[in-house]
Design a binder for this molecule. Structure first.
Ligand code: CA
Length: 224
């Protein structure tokens, strides 16, 4: 999952960034509206955590601009202001949630997970893929009583395929999602093939994985 954190308070930004990285997110940071706006234009984010009081921008304007530009990331507004007017304004402009500072990091994570579940029509934090059960909180995969040990990247790949089940994901989409925007210069589609191969090997040692389809010349699809 790619996250853009837009926050001008450096200490808070650093704290949130470290926490999200420890939870397996790829995190980009912007300390002002201009830099955020450029990053939103170039990259694809799953989440944008947006401070309203930025030095050069009103966060609401940034949200409005991003939505008008077709950005479909989930926005969570971060603000020290506690007025309900702000909250309503943000939600009207298309924010997905709202957190008043100071907030707890586990709460931020829980809200992000809840948004993901809503967005992808899931009702709990576990996803069943042909008998393989992914637990999104503990980031584990089990098949009946056995735990399947996956690397972070393998887990993220499987999770992303599961969230987009029954849709073909191109190698480029998978690469962007797993590595964020850091790979652009030396993009190599083989990276994904190698990770999928390892993933298949680990999963198929436990059970049938016919649901993981290679779409020749394009990418992969998880059929459920
Ligand atoms: Ca601020």
């Amino acid at each position: 999952m790619n996250v853009l954190l837009v926050e001008d308070e450096r200490a808070l930004s650093h704290e949130v960034e470290s926490f999200l990285a420890s939870q397996g997110f790829n995190v980009d940071v912007a300390f002002n509206g201009k830099s955020a706006s450029e990053k939103i234009y170039i990259n694809n984010y799953d989440f944008i955590l947006l401070d309203i009081g930025l030095p050069d921008y009103n966060g609401f304007d940034l949200l409005k601009e991003a939505r008008e530009g077709g950005c479909d990331a989930a926005f969570i507004i971060l603000t020290a202001r506690s007025e309900t007017d702000d909250k309503i304004h943000g939600l009207e402009l298309g924010a997905d949630d709202y957190l008043a500072k100071p907030f707890s990091l586990p709460e931020l994570n829980a809200r992000m997970q809840a948004i993901m579940r809503r967005k992808h029509g899931l009702t709990s934090n576990t996803v069943d893929i042909g008998g393989f059960v992914m637990d999104l909180n503990s980031r584990t995969v089990r098949y009946s009583a056995n735990e399947v040990t996956l690397t972070k990247k393998e887990f993220d790949l499987l999770h992303y395929l599961a969230l987009n089940r029954n849709r073909v994901l191109t190698r480029m989409q998978l690469t962007e999602h797993i590595w964020g925007d850091t790979m652009e210069d030396d993009y190599d589609s083989n990276f994904i093939d190698v990770h999928i191969k390892n993933l298949r090997k680990k999963l198929s040692a436990h059970g049938n994985i016919d649901w993981l389809e290679t779409v020749r010349g394009i990418g992969y699809r998880l059929n459920l």
